[in-house]
Design a protein around this ligand. Structure first.
Ligand code: NIG
Ligand code: FE
Length: 414
């Protein structure tokens, strides 16, 4: 058995095996001079040095790390990314700088469709090797689990290849980040189905869902005006649930459409974006226990108002934060900038931000029972920061403050 012992840790962690809701998000454990012990990648002790019980003596190998008083937190869970994609879209960014909108570019055949055109020619290996570069950058910023979506194929073959690429990455020894695969075949209506949204939904349900549901754990849909509106979304979500998939929605991102209410109605695990959510939608999500996954980098890049994080928290919702890394609306996987924006503009406290990126991120991918906090029973995905207090998180504006990443109880070189 391999034992990890971290000493002299300034430990900060939420506690628990399910999402923290509302003001509970701000309650985190802080222990100075803490010791953390993990056996074969599972935490067996985290707390005061003085109160540590005697350790069993059956360790064959011991990895000892001196945290030297620096802040130690759980590995981050980036619970919303579009990690696999062909090409890039820098020209769209410049058009937006000159006044174009995200939706007007999409409506004239650019946007998601232009990434679809570039992705359809890619092999599974090409997809995976391109994504590996991003996974390495994420790991450096402390991401130990990532959710990743298909959604740039919009035909059966490419959607399945994207999901296979995620499986390849999950099994690749070179990749250290755990991957949660999501099927997002309903990301847009592809050009060959233009004006025939209902028929595209029928095609997804009949032809793609049966196989996609074997490769992906979650189903996601872009519920939006002029994309998949409420009735088509409900039909797709019900079919996905019936095929055994857990649900997520891109909801109320561009306009208020009732996506949050639909997420609650379908008992979705999370609804994401929510820049234009209604008060009724917030209430419904709080009641349904649907995690609100907020993506401040996208609001920043689209020059939109940030999602109303405080309203969600005051209503008793669980809030998660994620990057939305994608080649269009937000070409960034920056965890440091996500944290800074959440604290500066969304008025989240540093403790709430930590919970949102760890335990609640884990809940957003249905993993809160095994990751997202530093306590006995959880997997030893642990970060040592470059600074001695948690305040480093927003203070390092857009700069990485993660010094060491420990994955499954072993330090990884990044
Ligand atoms: O989360 N809005 C839909 N999907 C992505 C953007 C995808 C793209 O522009 O390529 C989002 O913002
Ligand atoms: Fe997204």
């Amino acid at each position: 058995m391999t034992r990890l012992i971290i000493r002299n840790a300034n430990l900060y962690t939420p506690l628990g095996f399910k999402a923290k809701c509302g003001t509970e998000m701000g309650n985190i454990l802080h222990v100075q001079n803490a010791v953390i012990v993990a056996d074969d990648g599972v935490i067996v002790y985290a707390g005061n040095e003085a109160e540590m019980p005697p350790l069993s003596d059956d360790a064959d190998q011991e990895i000892a790390i001196d945290a030297a008083g620096r802040a130690v937190v759980p590995g981050f869970v980036d619970s919303h990314t579009h990690l696999i994609f062909g090409g890039y879209r820098p020209e769209e960014f410049s058009w937006r700088l000159k006044g174009d909108t995200y939706m007007s570019i999409m409506e004239r055949g650019g946007g998601i469709q232009s990434t679809v055109n570039a992705t359809r020619g890619m092999s599974v290996r090409e997809m995976a090797s391109k994504a590996l570069w991003f996974l390495d950058r994420m790991l450096e910023m402390g991401v130990t689990t990532v959710e990743a979506k298909s959604g740039y194929g919009l035909d059966k073959e490419t959607e399945l290849r994207m999901l296979e690429a995620l499986r390849l990455l999950a099994e690749d020894e070179e990749n250290k980040v755990d991957i949660v695969p999501t099927f997002l075949g309903a990301h847009a209506v592809p050009s060959e189905y233009k004006g025939r949204t209902g028929e595209y939904v029928d095609f997804l349900i009949r032809e793609v869902l049966p196989e996609a549901s074997r490769l992906a754990e979650f189903f996601d849909i872009f519920t939006e005006k002029n994309v998949f509106e409420i009735e088509d979304s409900r039909r797709m979500l019900q079919a996905a649930a019936a095929s055994g998939m857990k649900l997520k929605l891109h909801a109320d991102e561009i306009v208020q459409l009732g996506g949050a209410e639909l997420a609650a109605e379908c008992r979705a695990v999370s609804a994401d974006h929510l820049l234009h959510v209604s008060d009724a939608g917030i209430k419904a999500m709080a009641e349904a226990g649907t995690v609100a996954t907020l993506l401040p980098l996208t609001a920043f890049a689209l020059k939109e108002e940030y999602a109303p994080a405080r309203k969600f928290i005051d209503a008793g919702c669980a809030v998660a934060l994620a990057t939305d890394l994608n080649p269009g609306s937000c070409f960034s996987g920056s965890i440091p900038l996500t944290i800074a924006l959440a604290c500066i503009y969304m008025k989240m406290s540093v403790s709430e931000t930590l919970t949102a990126l760890t335990l609640n991120g884990a809940a957003a991918v249905d993993r809160a029972d095994s990751i997202g906090s530093i306590e006995p029973g959880k997997r030893a995905d642990i970060l040592i920061l470059h600074f001695d207090t948690l305040d480093a998180l927003p203070y390092y504006v857009g700069m990485n403050c993660v010094d060491k990443v420990i994955k499954n109880g072993e330090p990884v070189s990044v």
